[in-house]
Design a protein around this ligand. Structure first.
Ligand code: MG
Length: 202
């Protein structure tokens, strides 16, 4: 393809550029490490996590309700460090994003709490390839609500057909398409590279 209609790329982070921040697998790992009652934690987590992700609850308040509602023999700092240690890079896609970031306008469009988002941006230098973060914690909206995609398009000043969403979850991909964006569901770096190339993004 010689001339692409795409003007901007929107990236999910968890499961695309990095491991998930605080999803089922990460929670299970940390809960096991600290010997918490998994069912009690999960119930408490479920009650309050949407507020954390849309930036209406601090991580400290979240931990008060889910972990430190009783005396513990570890500190908040220990727990947060274990949460942060769950974040690892997915090297293939991260490398592809750094490469594309040299040529293309790219933004994050992700669901994450403010504290973990800040940690991950800094620890993995995500502000290198990504010009801005349209994150649930800043916008007060979360994927797959179509409103967050429309807001991100408005903020970036592009239309749906000029944009491509890169995400690992089918429901988020479907929501992006529902507002007129191109969207790629990522399964591997090589698959992503060729799917983007088909849209003229290379
Ligand atoms: Mg994801």
């Amino acid at each position: 393809m010689t001339q692409s209609t795409i003007r901007a790329l929107f990236w999910d982070i968890g499961g695309v550029l990095l491991s998930n921040g605080w999803d089922r697998d990460q929670r299970r790992e940390v809960v096991t490490h600290f010997g918490l009652d998994a069912e009690d934690f999960q119930e408490r987590h479920k009650m309050i996590v949407p507020e954390l992700e849309i930036g209406r609850l601090s991580l400290d308040d979240y931990l008060t309700q889910t972990v430190f509602h009783q005396a513990r023999d570890f500190s908040r700092a220990d727990f947060v460090a274990a949460m942060e240690a769950q974040s690892v890079a997915l090297p293939g896609t991260l490398e592809l994003a750094r490469e594309l970031g040299e040529k293309w306008r790219m933004y994050a469009l992700n669901n994450e709490s403010r504290e973990l988002n800040a940690f991950r941006r800094h620890a993995f230098d995500l502000d290198g390839p990504l010009l801005a973060f349209f994150s649930s914690c800043y916008l007060g909206l979360a994927k797959p609500n179509p409103a967050i995609y429309r807001t991100a398009l408005d903020l970036a000043g592009v239309t749906g057909v000029q944009a491509v969403m890169v995400d690992d979850r089918l429901q988020n991909v479907e929501a992006a398409r529902s507002v007129g964006m191109h969207a790629v569901q990522v399964t591997s770096a090589e698959q992503l590279r060729s799917a983007l190339a088909a849209l003229g993004v290379q």
